[in-house]
Design a binder for this molecule. Structure first.
Ligand code: SF4
Ligand code: SF4
Length: 103
């Protein structure tokens, strides 16, 4: 009897863990990121481009009022909202949003 209990426990725990991980994954899959760049304050230094793990950001072909090519979401589908770009931007001109998707 005692040995049966000790065999059952890990199974229950691993079932719980597995379902918890699956639930977390499903929740995470519904969150996507988006950034907004204050275009007129961007100086096109490209630090954010290098910092983005999913290669979302590029410099626009157009320039802002100061003559700088500015950062924009070249590949918006890939943004996870990790905020790496906003943390490294020397002028703090990036705002990160987390967007909850319907499916
Ligand atoms: S790090 Fe900031 S200033 Fe530099 S290109 Fe990106 S948004 Fe512009
Ligand atoms: S929030 Fe993360 S994934 Fe999105 S653009 Fe910035 S660095 Fe890239």
């Amino acid at each position: 009897m005692g040995s049966q209990k000790s065999k059952d426990m890990p199974t229950c725990e691993s079932e719980y863990r597995r379902s918890h991980i699956e639930t977390s994954f499903l929740y995470m899959a519904k969150i996507r990121g988006a950034i907004v760049v204050d275009v007129e304050k961007c100086k096109g230094c490209e630090v954010c481009i290098v910092s983005c793990p999913t290669k979302v950001i590029a410099l626009a072909d157009e320039v802002n009022g100061k003559g700088y090519r500015y950062a924009y979401m070249h590949n918006p589908e890939a943004c996870t909202g990790c905020a790496s770009c906003a943390m490294v931007c020397p002028d703090s001109v990036i705002t990160v949003y987390k967007v909850k998707m319907d499916n």
